[in-house]
Design a protein around this ligand. Sequence first.
Ligand code: KG4
Ligand code: ZN
Length: 345
Amino acid sequence: MKKSRTEEDVYILAIESSCDETAAAVVKNGREVLSNVISSQIALHTLYGGVVPEIASRKHIEKINQVIEEALKEAHMTLEEMTAIAVTYGPGLVGALLVGVAEAKAIAYAAKKPLVGVHHIEGHVSANFIEHPELEPPFICLIVSGGHTHLVVVKDYGEFEILGRTRDDAAGEAFDKVARAVGLGYPGGPKVDKAAKEGNPKAIHFPRAKVEGAPYDFSFSGLKSAVLNYINHANMMGETINVPDLTASFQYAVVDVLVSHTVEAAKELGFRKVAIAGGVASNSALRAGMKKACKKAGLEFYYPSPVFCTDNAAMIGTAGYYEYINGARSGWDLNAVPNLKLGER
Ligand code: KG4
Ligand code: ZN
């Protein structure tokens, strides 16, 4: 709902189209979400067992105007009332990103509004600010999505120090691959999460990979291979696979490593606050495991609601707000940067 407006209020219209969600949101003063509209293409991509980039771009083009209109309408605001336009410009699928970037540039130019390009991962981290008004940097954040696994120190708004990263697969990718291998389909994360609820996480012991000399790095390819070997072996022996036990055991192995690295880093480096971000942050076992370990270690634990964990534009509006008030402005030459690294502009 629109509230009384003062001169200092900053309203950001945010646009997100980096992968398979076309999303727009209106965010007031960085932390108040007035609308958060998400048009998901998941059902469409499910037919192909994963995101088809060409189809994603076409769908974004079809949906983007409607999604933006809905976001303004739900916020009871007009484009003229916006302070600035924020848009994800990377990382992500180039064709998908370009749709949002081109749209944001056109809108900002026509309405004479400042344009702010936002880093998608900075958006994921910023999702934590939406529901925790008291949360401020510095804190430790574990970022786990379909394409990224990073353990970082959030030193300030938009300022990160990378402590560790995955050496191979992202955590979400591992979930998606294991789900495919046991026939759960796409998108794998939520399906594994659900199947694992009925299983015993200690039924099968899978390896927890450590990266020599890099205590905060991750590696999931060994675990993925171990799961695939287990499935192949069972198939060869004509044994039926207990999907709940298998998914619960795999999930336990992933969560164990994610939680221990994160809590260890916070303790070692003397941080009191820990947050999680990205699509995998909506995983129920990760949330429960992190909650328990943080409590035991005397750390404050922050996590976004599931709708703010997976791709959405509200998080881009929050990140865009902090960029905007710090003076960041993008030119009309803003381009999509598919492999934009964390900490890069
Ligand atoms: O952050 P996100 O929506 O998109 C990227 O920026 O990548 O993350 C998507 C990833 C997918 O790999 C999906 O399977 C995973 O997040 N995911 C989950 C859950 N919900 C989404 N993984 C585990 N458990 C979940 N509940
Ligand atoms: Zn994402």
